[in-house]
Ligand binder design. Sequence first.
Ligand SMILES: *[C@@H]1O[C@H](CO)[C@@H](O)[C@H](O)[C@H]1NC(C)=O
Ligand SMILES: *[C@@H]1O[C@H](CO)[C@@H](O)[C@H](O)[C@H]1NC(C)=O
Ligand SMILES: *[C@@H]1O[C@H](CO)[C@@H](O)[C@H](O)[C@H]1NC(C)=O
Ligand SMILES: *[C@@H]1O[C@H](CO)[C@@H](O)[C@H](O)[C@H]1NC(C)=O
Length: 246
Amino acid sequence: MLESYGEIIFLSHFMLVYMASVNYDCPMACECDIDDETVNLSCRRTIPDTLPLNTRVVSITDIEYEYLQQSDFNNARWENVTKLYLRGGSVNSVFSDTFWNVSNLTHLQISFPNLKKISVNAFGQLTKLKTLDLSGNFLISFDVVADALRVNEFTNNLDELNLHSLAMFLTPSELKETFFLQLQRFSIKRLDLSQSNFKKLDLIALSYLGSSLEELRMVGVDLASLMSFFYMPLRHTCFQICSFST
Ligand SMILES: *[C@@H]1O[C@H](CO)[C@@H](O)[C@H](O)[C@H]1NC(C)=O
Ligand SMILES: *[C@@H]1O[C@H](CO)[C@@H](O)[C@H](O)[C@H]1NC(C)=O
Ligand SMILES: *[C@@H]1O[C@H](CO)[C@@H](O)[C@H](O)[C@H]1NC(C)=O
Ligand SMILES: *[C@@H]1O[C@H](CO)[C@@H](O)[C@H](O)[C@H]1NC(C)=O
């Protein structure tokens, strides 16, 4: 008697879980957070081949791929996904056109401890992008970022560029004019250059961003002289511990 009662409980529990997963079609390696209209996914190790209807936010950790390319995002329907967070794992390259089928993104975070290469045009189709977060890519230099931003389709929607903790293990260097020339095209409002080990910053180059830049964050950056910053019309400049609302 007790046994079959237990079985019924077990069965109905199983059916509930089963029905929920059928209704929302939550991919295998993911957890789905669902409210009335939208679905947020957190996945591990793999990029899902299918997405539940109305998926808006996707976060993937510990990706077990060597590189990312367009075909990784070619199967699921990404049309409503506006925020994509990719963190950790073994990815060492991001190829051109990777986000071709995810081009409605407004927020993109890529943070891979092994990343060494971002191809020119990796972000090419992301014309709606507002926030690009490349923080925590310890092996990527500013030159690589400048190259990756050399794209035609990018419009000036990009408000925020987070380059926190870039090139942590490279020898200290100068942050060059070419880097700021690339950025100048985007009218960036918030720029985070914290915890990177460049020693020299070309202040004239930085002034290329002067007309749009509102917030510059350089926590833990050891520069020889900071005086010239006080002549920049920035609303918020931060050299110590501080946070900006994003
Ligand atoms: C999905 O994520 C957004 C922010 O990224 C949050 O505002 C929203 O409440 C989340 N929705 C669900 C169903 O978890
Ligand atoms: C995208 O959103 C629209 C409007 O909410 C909806 O009709 C459509 O089915 C969604 N598509 C996907 C793939 O989620
Ligand atoms: C992704 O984009 C390619 C090229 O435009 C297209 O052929 C393919 O159908 C798209 N995939 C999806 C799932 O929309
Ligand atoms: C972007 O969203 C629009 C609807 O807002 C949709 O028609 C279009 O197919 C989406 N683009 C992609 C590449 O999914």
